[in-house]
Design a protein around this ligand. Structure first.
Ligand SMILES: [Fe+2]
Ligand SMILES: [Fe+2]
Length: 269
């Protein structure tokens, strides 16, 4: 099974040639699932969500899971931000802010980690931790178990530490114990893959934190351009290969930049 993680496209700041290149990548690779990990728009406007939705539909990927990012809450309209922060997002991406995808080889669970009052920072509540863990415990043995947040639970650079999700420690412990294989995030526009036990010692199972860069926005970091992740899941081998595909100007295409095999772990029955 092949999954495409697209994060932080920030429609409104998209680079048209990169959008086209991403469409070509999806056509060539034909992923079965699209995971969209937030900051879909730049300002949370209807126009930007319209453009994002048109783009997502044009990819013709059969299944999709999205979660909002802090940029998907209107920034410039305080009343909307206060009263109906997710209205524009929900008009284009559905009412459910925490969707679940339950497919034969995939259980993907979305968590809304945005908090209008926290501005940029994200948070996971005790109730969200409990709900996700409960769902994970009902996963089928052959399913890849993925939790999707916007703000990261794992970062690799000291300067990104302040962007870690509030409550991440308790969440990672509970979700890993309940069977999570991967926790996917975005927000910092810097791709990485890390063993969660390296940050959270003593986890009962092996699980991985997978971050995607910004897919198509010009809001890139100088050390990281536009990128997306492709996740190849082999249920029989219990392996997940995470490939990072970078957009390269010279080729005007997304090209394979890095590939990592992530061994997964199922507890003995
Ligand atoms: Fe972002
Ligand atoms: Fe963000």
């Amino acid at each position: 099974m092949l999954l495409l993680q697209v994060s932080d496209p920030h429609f409104g700041t998209e680079r048209p040639q990169v959008v086209q290149a991403l469409r070509r990548l999806a056509e060539a690779q034909r992923p079965q699932v699209l995971l969209l990990s937030g900051d879909i728009s730049q300002r949370g406007s209807d126009t930007q969500f319209d453009a994002a939705r048109r783009f997502v539909d044009s990819l013709r990927i059969p299944a999709m899971l999205t979660v909002p990012g802090n940029h998907d809450i209107p920034l410039l309209n305080p009343l909307a931000r206060w009263l109906r922060p997710y209205a524009a997002y929900q008009r284009r991406f559905g009412d459910e802010l925490e969707p679940v995808l339950d497919l034969p080889e995939l259980l993907a669970i979305g968590v809304n980690t945005t908090r209008p009052r926290r501005h940029k920072d994200g948070e996971v509540s005790a109730e969200q931790v409990r709900r996700v863990a409960q769902r994970l415990r009902h996963a089928k043995p052959q399913q890849l178990r993925v939790v999707v947040t916007h703000q990261p639970v794992h970062v690799v650079r000291p300067r990104d530490e302040h962007n870690l999700l509030h409550g991440a420690g308790a969440a990672v412990r509970a979700w890993t114990e309940a069977g999570a294989d991967l926790v996917l995030g975005g927000h910092i526009h810097f791709p990485s893959v890390g063993l969660l036990a390296d940050r959270y010692p003593g986890l009962p199972r092996r699980a991985w934190g997978v971050q995607a860069g910004t897919a198509v926005s010009w809001r890139i970091r100088f050390e990281a351009g536009n990128s997306v992740n492709l996740l190849h899941y082999d249920a029989a081998a219990l392996q997940c290969r995470v490939e990072r595909w970078d957009y390269r100007d010279a080729a005007d295409a997304f090209e394979l930049a890095r590939s990592e095999e992530l061994p997964l772990q199922r507890d003995a029955a």
